[in-house]
Write a protein that binds this ligand. Structure first.
Ligand code: ARE
Length: 531
């Protein structure tokens, strides 16, 4: 059912004004006429393993008012059954009936998020279906929507297309048969990576017209429902020609220019691997994930944060580094769900204060489009979302889940530094990073034109210093520390004198001043705690 957008929008604005505005700098920043919505650019949050009904509510109460542009949802199609999170990455049909909700709930989520100003990005898995069964697990099985499939023979009759052109779905002939169904053993041979089986999963022959038709039909359906973009899983395992073929067909089906379709491709760059599977092969079809960004932040935040001064040049300048990804093509993140679960690969919520600090750097700096992660807490790599069964994940009430510091969910989307830095990011958009300063190895500071200033300290001691800044004189809210402007910082004649707490930051922007926050002594809502 379509929601009344005007009403929902008005409600979001009201909620913003009544509940969070005193605490949320972005509120009131841009008057769009009848309603007041925050500034919004390109910030994306991954709502990992969250049911559609829960995301819809979070769009209205949090993502919309705080200025998030996109929420990336876990794969929405039918999958194998199982409590583990990674069952989402083993599709058995493109029916929108998964552990995370039904097609009707998916549609409602798209509509409710749109009403709050937030676009949905669907994570889509096109490279493969499920693990090929070993002798102990042979035979027909059922997916989360009850579709039958046979992982021993490669029969997946429910992969039909919307037009009824392929009523029998797919079978073994529709998959690559590299080396008699061998799994990928290394990444030096492009053909092996793109035609072999990833972790033993049946690998679609994405060069075939039939497969491209079925998959582009699935994407077109999502687009027509209102999905605003796609995160394409495992793109380095699909040739760039095949990816282009699928995207072009999908664009044709929805009557759009392929260049106008937001397309984020998961390509894990690694200079030691085959040249045909590197990120640069995919710049023509969309943005690519910049895993080097996560690993650079990981080492810098645990060591010398001052080493980040030339990060954009190191990672983005293709003349300097043949494996670089230009800023406009890069999708950046501190961690995703994979790196978060692989010990030591990234800074995660388990690293305490370093995690909001790393995310704040990403939102303050100017390289790539930023992606945050809303995850649950875990100790077991494979564990599904709290309460997950073989076929469903229970709805999450984030007001409740985020009320204390030790709940099941990390609630990153509600932390004070997250809210403040999203607003900062949206406000300084279009300005350059200037006046870089690194007075010690554990401190780095810069301005964003005349619109923002930020200083980071990853050391164990507080650091007091007078920095220079290109911001005009004024008394600004420290949006990293507080939501209610109870802590301010003065800029005088291009100088700003601050004390930065250990493993913390100071952040100010011209949209959040003492004047725009009259209720500076308002108590902060506990559900919006820091971390
Ligand atoms: C699960 C089980 C396996 C089992 C398989 C089939 O864990 O034991 O064999 O099912 O039954 C996720 C999980 C996997 C899970 C899979 C399917 O992480 O554990 O397998 O879902 O349920 C490579 C790819 C990259 C991929 C990573 C994980 O290149 O695309 O591996 N990332 C995406 C997603 C994952 C997801 C999948 C793909 C599968 O983000 O969440 O897997 O859809 C080097 C290379 C990288 C390589 C990396 C790890 O760094 O450069 O390219 O990444 O090593 O091998």
């Amino acid at each position: 059912m379509r929601k009344n957008h005007t009403l929902t929008r008005a409600f979001a604005a009201l909620a913003c004004a009544a509940v969070v505005c005193a605490a949320l700098p972005a509120c009131g920043a841009k008057d769009t006429g009848s309603t007041t919505l925050p500034e919004r650019t390109d910030v994306e949050v991954i709502a990992f393993q969250q049911p559609w009904t829960s995301i819809a509510k979070e769009c209205t109460s949090t993502y919309g008012p705080e200025g998030v542009a996109y929420v990336e949802v876990s794969p929405p199609q039918e999958t194998v059954q199982g409590t583990q999170w990674w069952t989402s990455y083993q599709p058995v049909s493109y029916k929108l009936d998964s552990k995370l909700g039904t097609e009707a709930e998916f549609q409602d989520m798209i509509d409710e998020c749109a009403a709050a100003g937030v676009g949905i990005i669907a994570d889509v898995v096109l490279n493969h279906t499920t693990g090929a069964a070993t002798s102990g697990t042979d035979g027909w099985k059922e997916g989360t929507a009850g579709s039958r499939y046979n992982p021993a023979t490669g029969q997946y009759p429910a992969f039909t297309d919307a037009d009824g052109q392929y009523p029998d779905g797919v079978d073994a002939k529709d998959f690559h048969d590299y080396d008699n169904g061998a799994s990928i053993n290394g990444y030096l041979d492009q053909q092996e990576v793109q035609e072999g089986r990833l972790s033993g999963m049946w690998d679609f022959d994405t060069s075939s017209e039939k497969v491209q038709d079925i998959q582009s039909g699935y994407l077109a359906k999502l687009y027509r429902m209102g999905v605003k973009g796609f995160r394409i899983d495992t793109v380095k395992h699909i040739s760039n020609e095949d990816i282009k073929g699928i995207k072009d067909r999908m664009a044709q089906k929805v009557g759009k220019n392929p260049d106008d379709i937001f397309w984020i491709q998961e390509v894990i760059g690694n200079a030691a691997e085959a040249s045909g599977i590197q990120p640069k092969n995919y710049f023509d079809t969309g943005t690519v994930t910049q895993f080097a960004y996560a690993s650079n932040l990981n080492s810098a935040l645990r060591g010398d944060v001052s080493s980040l001064t030339d990060l954009a040049e190191r990672l983005g300048d293709t003349k300097r580094n043949p494996f670089a990804i230009p800023s406009k093509d890069a999708n950046v993140f501190v961690t995703n769900w994979d790196t978060a679960r692989n010990d030591g690969q990234a800074i995660t919520y388990k690293d305490g204060a370093l995690y909001p600090l790393a995310n704040a750097f990403m939102l303050a700096y100017d390289y790539g489009t930023p992606r945050l992660l809303s995850d649950y807490r875990f100790s077991d790599h494979d564990a599904g979302a709290p309460g997950a069964t073989d076929t469903s994940v229970p709805a999450v009430d984030f007001d409740e889940a985020c009320a204390t510091d030790d709940g099941d969910w990390n609630c990153q989307q509600r932390w004070t530094p997250t809210r403040g830095m999203i607003a900062f990011h949206n406000h300084v958009h279009g300005t350059k990073v200037e006046d870089m300063q690194e007075p010690t190895a554990s401190v780095i500071a810069f301005s964003r034109g005349d619109k923002g200033f930020v200083a980071f300290n990853n050391g164990d001691d507080a650091y007091e210093h007078e920095f220079t800044t290109t911001m005009p004189d004024g008394e600004y809210c420290d949006v990293y520390a507080v939501q209610d402007c109870s802590k301010t910082v003065r800029v005088r004649k291009g100088h700003v004198h601050v004390t930065i707490d250990p493993q913390s930051a100071v952040a100010l922007y011209s949209g959040a001043t003492k004047q725009t926050h009259p209720a500076s002594d308002t108590a902060v809502d506990p559900s919006t705690r820091r971390h």
